[in-house]
Design a protein around this ligand. Structure first.
Ligand SMILES: Cc1cc2nc3c(=O)[nH]c(=O)nc-3n(C[C@H](O)[C@H](O)[C@H](O)COP(=O)(O)OP(=O)(O)OC[C@H]3O[C@@H](n4cnc5c(N)ncnc54)[C@H](O)[C@@H]3O)c2cc1C
Length: 381
């Protein structure tokens, strides 16, 4: 029997393999990964500085240890280049591998902001262990870091860098941080609290260029002003990796389109994790991929099971002002009810019938998460 082949050893690929092994000890498994195959928790990348962790210290298991634990073949530093669906063959930089079922767990890639200047290639982004190792190395000689992007990952890095005694300026076009996830009033509170911790903000402006200036960098802003920093970190967002799927003729939209059983438009090719779009939803977080891994493991071991998503609040790792958010579904009709105190905010998004459709909790209100989560509707029934 040909193996199940999984492309990707991020949280999605490895969790799927673990879930398969819980259900079937014998089914042959092969994992292919472009990176070193280390098992690690990616969310740690944006709070590891405060904990003083190097890239090496974030590694939970090596690829060899994972291969033994999963009774699987793991091919590291191997890029999947093409899928020949008719002959069920995966073409990689280390040769061709036949599969019974193929799973794409290829994750997401950083969106590059449209920047001009002679130092565009010196702008850092952190989306994997190798990126983090390079970033940490460069930080040794940096005092002031400019972060482009006041979203979830930008805010987390801002807080983490402050904890590591760096000077931080966050640049972004919106008036308040996390503007796609939380109402502006709550964003203002977060901004104020992070400012108290030391974060400087440049809201309402775009970074337009990055140029070298002696040993420093000059960021040009859309209001014609300049900012001088020692290091530039881009955190403008991620988008699903689509090239492999697209070239294989699989249906792609914002993500690789999968049905409720996580099957792509091609029989026997499945996908999960940051790379997928299911029922119009692209959810690049850990809880959705853990749900998907449990569900897909059942399907791949002979028990076809549709994915169900409960409410899955996202914890934003800003210890200077903790925040948890469960955004209402896109297009939901309703209004925010906001209770704003100096110590924290409770913002509840209620539908016209009064039902709770989403929430944001910050500061001392985050402890209401468990109670409020029970009231939320499932993300995917
Ligand atoms: C800094 C940061 C902080 C985060 N914090 C949180 C948080 O607090 N909470 C939360 O829920 N989520 C958080 N997230 C999101 C979460 O980490 C991701 O949802 C999750 O790690 C995605 O896992 P994945 O396996 O789908 O993708 P990835 O981890 O990106 O793994 C993709 C894998 O595919 C491989 N690959 C890709 N293309 C190929 C190819 N062609 N051939 C071979 N291999 C290939 C890669 O080498 C890699 O092994 C954070 C993300 C970042 C970047």
């Amino acid at each position: 029997m040909e193996p199940i082949v999984i492309i990707g050893t991020g949280l999605a690929g490895y969790n799927l393999a673990k879930e398969i092994r819980k259900l079937d000890k014998a089914i042959p498994l092969r994992l292919i990964t472009a990176d070193g195959g280390e098992s690690y928790s990616k969310p740690m990348l944006s709070n590891a500085l405060a904990k003083g962790k190097s890239a090496g210290q974030l590694v939970l298991s090596t690829a060899e240890q994972m291969a033994a634990q999963l009774t699987a073949a793991i091919h590291t530093h191997t890029t999947a280049e093409a899928i020949e669906a008719h002959s069920k063959m995966l073409v990689t930089t280390s040769g061709e591998f036949p599969y019974s079922k193929l799973v794409l767990a290829t994750g997401a890639e950083q969106i590059k902001p449209p920047l001009q200047g002679n130092a565009v290639n010196d702008v850092f982004s952190v989306n994997d262990l190798d990126d983090y190792a390079r970033f940490r190395q460069a930080l040794n000689s940096a005092r002031h870091v400019g972060i482009i992007g006041p979203g979830l990952i930008g805010c987390e890095f801002a807080n983490d860098l402050i904890s590591a005694h760096k000077q931080v300026t966050v640049i972004g076009p919106s008036a308040t941080p996390l503007d796609r996830l939380i109402p502006p009033m709550v964003g203002e509170l977060l901004m104020r609290e992070l400012q108290k911790a030391g974060v400087q903000w440049r809201p309402g402006v775009m970074a337009t260029a990055v140029n070298k200036l002696n040993s420093r960098f000059q960021i040009s802003l859309s209001d014609e002003s300049q900012l001088e920093v020692d290091l530039v970190l881009s955190a403008v967002g991620l988008r699903p990796k689509l090239a492999l799927a697209r070239n294989a003729g699989l249906t792609v939209s914002r993500g690789i389109v999968v049905d409720r059983q996580l099957q792509t438009s091609q029989t026997d090719i499945y996908a999960l994790g940051d790379c997928i779009e299911v029922q119009g939803l692209v959810l690049p977080y850990v809880l959705p991929l853990m749900n998907a891994a449990r569900t897909l493991a059942k399907t791949l071991t002979g028990n076809p099971t549709p994915i169900v998503y409960p409410a899955m609040p996202v914890v934003v790792k800003t210890p200077a002002h903790p925040l948890v958010v469960s955004p209402p579904a896109a297009g939901s009709e309703g209004e925010w009810e906001i209770d704003l105190q100096d110590t924290g905010a409770r913002a509840l998004f209620r539908g016209s019938d009064g039902s709770l459709l989403g929430f944001v909790l910050t500061g001392d209100k985050v402890e209401e998460k468990a109670m409020l989560s029970k009231e939320l509707p499932p993300v995917l029934k």
